[in-house]
Design a protein around this ligand. Structure first.
Ligand code: DGL
Length: 278
């Protein structure tokens, strides 16, 4: 283990995303397990994962998970990336000897709990949608899910255009297409799952655009709740202090610090540049 993450403090939780979006999951984790020590890795050099093949995503995600466990001493891993959770959870579990939690199952469970009609909509990256991981997780809970890829939203969020009229119009078009398809399939959706780490930043814009009967589900919150149940160890006297965060990125540390604080809603602190290869 490197850095100041030492025994006697809270558990070391590794949080992984393809970029900064997973900081929305870390933000939710901080509220629920505040005494933990967090090692967050954003594989920013190889972002986006959402347009890549399963094989490539699995390789990138397994290497990232190994860094967090082998180099940072993570005792648990939260895969805060929907694309990696959808396509690489098995590969990650095989690559590291610690418990691994993805965002898909908590997101689907939360949609199940919220839905009265039994019909849900899911928006996500291309790769996540093509994997149909959300549809399968919803089906296992008796929920019908219609998934739609919204590939333009990630770059708009990365640009900081979370309240921009262009983003609102792009989302309106995606939503209209999705609602039309749902109607043509005889569905009555009352739930919309934000199946991508970047989308919680668009939540105000999304909430304004969706019909009032549709509830917006953030898998970041649902994942943090599950993590708190699975991973939170009792806070001992010696471990009752506030937790700490260390961030690692595979590309520009400066950009990570600047954009990351927007996702985390607080300064990300020190960010170290690491090299995981190509
Ligand atoms: N982190 C990805 C996800 O949640 C979005 C960004 C990407 O495509 O890498 O699906």
């Amino acid at each position: 283990m490197t850095g100041e993450m030492t025994e006697g403090k809270g558990p070391v939780i590794g949080v992984f995303d393809s970029g900064f979006g997973g900081l929305t999951v870390l933000r939710a984790l901080l509220r629920r397990i505040p005494h933990a020590q967090y090692a967050f890795l954003g594989d920013t050099a190889r972002l986006p994962y959402g347009s890549k093949s399963r094989r490539t995503i699995a390789r990138y995600a397994a290497e990232s998970a190994q860094f967090l466990v082998n180099e940072q001493g993570a005792e648990f891993l939260v895969i805060a990336c929907n694309t990696a959770s959808a396509l690489a959870l098995d590969a990650i579990q095989e690559a590291v000897p610690v418990p691994v939690l993805g965002v898909i199952e908590p997101g689907a469970a939360s949609a199940r709990a919220a839905s009265r009609t039994g019909d849900a909509l899911v928006i996500a990256t291309d790769a996540t949608v093509q994997s149909h991981a959300y549809a399968a997780a919803c089906r296992a809970r008796g929920l019908r899910a219609l998934e739609k890829a919204c590939p333009l939203l990630v770059p708009l969020v990365e640009e900081g255009w979370t309240q921009h009229p262009v983003t609102a119009e792009v989302f309106r078009i995606y939503l209209q297409e999705l609602l039309q398809q749902a109607a043509s399939e005889g569905m009555c959706p009352d739930t919309l799952v934000l199946g991508c780490t970047h989308y919680p930043l668009l939540r105000p814009l999304i909430a304004q655009a969706v019909p009032p009967e549709i509830r917006v589900i953030d898998s970041a919150e649902a994942t943090a709740e599950t993590a708190a149940r699975l991973f939170a160890t009792p806070v001992s006297k010696s471990g009752s202090h506030a937790g700490q965060i260390r961030c690692f990125a595979t590309d520009s540390v400066e950009k990570f610090e600047r954009l990351g604080s927007r996702f985390l809603e607080q300064p990300v602190g020190r960010v170290d540049l690491i090299d995981l290869g190509g």
